[in-house]
Design a protein around this ligand. Structure first.
Ligand code: 5MM
Length: 340
């Protein structure tokens, strides 16, 4: 492993004012998104939709550091025959690949999940590297509900994340380590904080045991935030302060950058929270975005599967990318949304 080169990529992925576009929806997940806009889930439609984002020059060149791709997309060609990976590279962004194979029920832990995909990973990673991927992503899912999460689920998922990270680095690929504590429940922000703190501490312990140098990873965590069904919604400032406090308590300064998931927050909420954290400032790592839904909801709606709407969809993507880029610098203001 060449750690200096891994570190360069990790630093570029979380460079000032730039963040990651999570476009790695599996075929089932993109179907749900397409159902919402009345688009048929065909290979061509998935290609056309993703190509329109990758060809949005202003957003891609100025605001997006890297794109997380799904296995289908990394091998796909644009309409004019250019490999999509090349389109991304021509925009100055880094192609990455989701390598987990989704979640399965965790035995003896009702309601809890374990992420699959480690078995064939040593054979798959060199092929992705050859195809242009310089980073990868693995998402572990921890749910909060009555009696869960269990230590078994937290430990097993952290162990898998660490094994994945070690394998990636061995193949000169920067691992995005994504332990996602879901915001689907009715828990308040303090319960989310408590669980996420435990999950992050276990994840870094497992990374240490697997001898993963932290200079060559990017962390993709959830924010400390109340569940969607909670009666007690936390303010933007509370989310920002508690998330920064939690990260400072858990994430060593050797980690070059942290790129948040949006997890079901609205576009504007995800931007406002990131901005408020960066306004606090004086942080040991760069804090940026690795959003899926919070970057794509607006362009998806504007596109709605019609070729005539590509310009409008690109304008919507441009706007969200720009707002999040400003938030990554702590320079966003809500009136910029209205002005646009
Ligand atoms: C884009 O969605 C990703 C893939 O999800 P599936 O494996 O369920 O198809 C997802 O992992 C995503 O990268 C992260 O959760 C961040 O996306 P959000 O929408 O939470 O910002």
């Amino acid at each position: 492993m060449n750690l200096a080169d891994l570190n360069k990529v990790a630093v570029a992925m979380t460079a000032n004012g730039k963040g990651i576009l999570a476009a790695d929806e599996s075929t089932g997940t993109i179907k749900k998104r397409f159902d919402g806009i009345g688009v048929e889930n065909t290979e061509d439609n998935r290609r056309d939709y993703r190509e329109l984002m990758f060809r949005t020059a202003e957003a891609m060149k100025n605001c997006i550091s890297g794109v997380i791709l799904y296995d289908e997309t990394i091998w796909q060609k644009a309409k004019d025959g250019t490999p999509l990976v090349k389109v991304i590279e021509q925009m100055g962004a880094i192609p990455g690949i989701k390598v987990d194979e989704g979640t399965k029920p965790l035995p003896n832990c009702p309601g809890e999940l374990i992420t699959a995909g480690l078995d064939k990973l040593p054979e798959r990673l060199p092929k992705y590297y050859e195809q242009g991927a310089r980073f990868a992503k693995w998402r572990a899912v921890i749910d909060i509900a009555a009696g869960i999460p269990s230590y078994t689920a937290i430990h097993t998922n952290a162990h898998a994340l660490a094994r994945y990270a070690a394998l990636c680095q061995q193949n000169q690929i920067v691992p995005i380590v994504e332990p996602e504590v879901l915001m689907d429940g009715d828990h308040d922000i303090d319960r989310c904080y408590e669980v996420t703190e435990f999950v992050l501490k276990e994840t870094f312990q497992q990374l240490y045991i697997q001898r993963v140098p932290l200079e060559g990873i990017v962390l993709k965590p959830n924010m400390a935030i109340a569940g969607k069904k909670s009666a007690k919604k936390a303010s933007v400032q509370e989310v920002a302060e508690k998330t920064v406090k939690m990260l400072k308590a858990c994430v060593p300064g050797a980690v070059p950058g942290i790129a948040f998931l949006s997890g079901g927050q609205s576009d504007e909420e995800a931007t406002a929270h990131l901005d408020a954290m960066n306004k606090i400032g004086n942080l040991p790592w760069n804090l940026t975005f690795s959003y899926g839904r919070a970057l794509q909801a607006a362009p998806q709606k504007a596109w709605s599967g019609k070729a005539g709407n590509v310009g409008a969809a690109q304008a919507a993507f441009n706007h969200r990318a720009k707002m999040n880029s400003l938030a990554a610098l702590g320079k966003w203001a809500s009136n910029m949304e209205k002005a646009a």
